[in-house]
Ligand binder design. Sequence first.
Ligand code: KG4
Ligand code: ZN
Length: 374
Amino acid sequence: MLILGIESTCDETAAAVVEDGVRVLSNAIATQFELHEKFRGVVPEIASRAHIENILPVIKKATESAGVTLDQIDAIAVAQRPGLIGSLLIGVTAAKTLAWALGKPLVAVDHVQAHLYSVMLQDSPPPCTQGGGWGEGSSSGAQPTAFANTPSPQPPPGLPGGGVRGIGLVCSGGHTALYLIRNWLDVELVGSTIDDAVGEAYDKVAAMLGLPFPGGPAVDRLAAAGDPKSLDLPRSMLGRDSLDFSFSGLKTAVRYRVFGYQGKERSLADLSGQEIANVAASFQAACVETLIKKIVRAVQQFDAGYVIVGGGVSANSGLRAALNQLNVPVFVPPMKFCTDNAAMIAGLGHVLLVAGQTAGLDLDAVTSSSIPRR
Ligand code: KG4
Ligand code: ZN
């Protein structure tokens, strides 16, 4: 079964064709980095306008690269929530129009839930050359990076279906939240950030350090050259049993400890290259330690059998290395499926379609996630 996925929740316009929920036949993305870079953040109105220009060429590219025509597509899946309303509307309108014109089913996908599902995706052809997914590719001897610490890759036990439950962490520019996963369609929110998302903190600290937008990858690269112990930064754990996160204090601590206050300010020009790298490394160590401690806490509280980590920050090298040390199976998507993409939308769309969960042409874009709080 072939699903065309469409994603336009934030600043990426993406379309993908996925076969049977797992094999990614194409994964087209138009990024908007250069449009938002000078503002050091996504400007919603600019993003919406760029989506309008990009959406049709991206859909065309996705079908052409997959070598399929729109007639061969079985259903259209669209990221309907959560996200920026103007951005969401472009993808939802395109998907509804295609579904109506082609007479195909329409499936509405929650973007956050799809980030968790992205560990299921495998490149095809050739399988696993980009380090992702399980299946034929894993028997070729290549070790997929999708499995941070699992020697013989298996689909997460209980996913889809089955009994073992897992903990999911979605960490991105807009979200930092923990989920209890029973199967792909039974996911509950068990903790979330009470202020900034971790990716947002990365982007803000990157801006303080004069690094390009989006800041996460730049801080990550620089951190490798710095001393993570050079700056003693707070790790906000909130309550003893809390599964919530807080990153705004960490961001503010970097601001004041590095650049001073009340007449004792320092500017970026006062810092050496090594000092800047030390800040990046110390900030990254604080983020990673916080995320890992909360994952461990959630695994213990729910007696979970595995962990899935998705969203843009799951591309972080420090986080991936730390996940590798956990003594529970950890599943992380290949790099290219960590950040926003439409393959994960098409993949989860397949699961929803098979479960009979289709949407009507009155489908509307929604800014909040549909995942219920436990
Ligand atoms: O999932 P995503 O593409 O979009 C949202 O839904 O937000 O995540 C984007 C976020 C940005 O904040 C970006 O700085 C961060 O993910 N990010 C990283 C890395 N790569 C992307 N953060 C830390 N380390 C990285 N390597
Ligand atoms: Zn995302």
